[in-house]
Design a protein around this ligand. Sequence first.
Ligand code: ADP
Length: 538
Amino acid sequence: MIHTPKRTGLLSFLLPSGRQKPLLNGIDLTLTLIILILTSLIGEIFALLGFSDPNTVTILILGVLLISVVTSHREYGLFASVASVAIYSYFFAEPRFSFKVVGLNSAVTLTVTFLSAFLTSSFAAKIKERLYAASRTAYRTNVLLETNQLLQKESDRSGLLRLTAAQLNKLLRRDTLCCEPGEHGLLPPVVFRESTDPDLPRGPSPDTLEERAAARRAFLGNCRTGPTTEILSGVSFLYLPVSGSESYGVIGIRLGAEPPDAFETNLIQSILWQCILALDQESLSRKRREEEARVRTEQLRSALLRSISHDLRTPLTSISGNAALLLGQSGPLPPDRQKQLCQDIYDDAVWLIQLIENLLSITRMEGGDIRLHMEGELLEEVVTEALRHVSRDARDHVIQVASQEDFLMARMDSRLILQVIINLVNNAVKYTPKGSHIWISWKRQGDFAAVEISDDGPGILPQHRDKIFEMFYTADSPSGDSRRGMGLGLALCRSIIQAHGGDISLKDRKPHGCIFTFTLPIEEVHLHDESTHSDRRR
Ligand code: ADP
């Protein structure tokens, strides 16, 4: 895979100065010549206009200053100092058009001109070097900061490695690559080309057997390979192992004719360290997440086993005990007794069905296997329907339905929301003494419909409130029912409500009791739709 990224901003502006040009290079020579010719011409104009010599000398010194500033080596300033003295001597000092120095005055003028030009060029070169060093430091800091910020945004290994290779490519203006480990050794390299210009000549392919061997060697041996090292130095990329608490891969940098200078080497090292640090952090948090998931699965598994072996045994023993009693009876049982035994068998069976229903639903919800059939439903209808299916024990409680808003419609899968309401009302029945009150109401809350199911039972202790919606969590509330709950009902309610984009919460009711509230996205009422919904329900 080959990337040719665009270079933008500060980095691309600063980088060209990052590499030293050779001493004799066309640009510096041309600039020097042009400036010398220009200053000579201006001096000539001054002479024609009859200006005094100091003006001409000043122009020549200015030219030297300019050359020191615009060229890349201080030697050009030195050369310009000598050249400007020669120009002055030949073109402007008497006798003109000769290098002869006549009289002390001329000798002093020439010496002073040379010294001034030389000192000026030296100072200019020094100031330029300082500025250059300062700009490099600022540049390095910026680069590292930018890399750090980019690395923090990446969250997976492959992204971190690629980002580092891309960043090095952008900064060094050299081809870079990265190789990640795969199942059978290193994967083919992802290459970041030095130039975006398709007309520019490309270096040799990094995907040759030799290059691959050097990359593999760097990865396996955790050492640098390629040019500037002693291992496989004939290849064109320098391979750097990216290894911290694990071996994450290899980064390659094409060196070509110019090996990196001290500044570049330092930059490469710093960026590599940042990358390794980010990869180590990613690896650590991945391991932590995996460990948490493992512990959670283990907890759920043992809770499920415990519940099945313990909680299901009670109703099953009761069913088989009652059935055995009915079967083993030689004579007929009194009708009341017989009815009671059948009723108990029926209640236990219904309880088991409800529990298995919850267990199945929650596994499907958590596994994402459930498809919601969302439709706008009138809350009043859904609540009325749910109340038809609540536990028979609800007859010993006072249930009041008080809607604050008629015709409030919410978007829901009514099958599942029925299960939520039934679970909440059954809990309110199960965990409150006979004669307790249960209130069901609903109201609009912004874009949501909030349904509230509250009771005046003993309530739930504060230490249980945070965990009450977790699977298999039971708060040991005194129950009017001999069967122990499995702690699935509220977890299922939460999964269903969250799948609807709503929320479920528990509050304390004053002076005692619980208030469970869940929200569902609202659906605006279209009056002509109402009949359809009512008809469907019937
Ligand atoms: P289960 O009822 O099967 O135990 P749930 O998830 O429905 O599981 O409830 C979890 C726990 O929350 C229950 O064990 C019970 O202790 C507590 N609880 C639920 N609803 C109420 C309520 N209305 N009043 C008091 N305690 C409740």
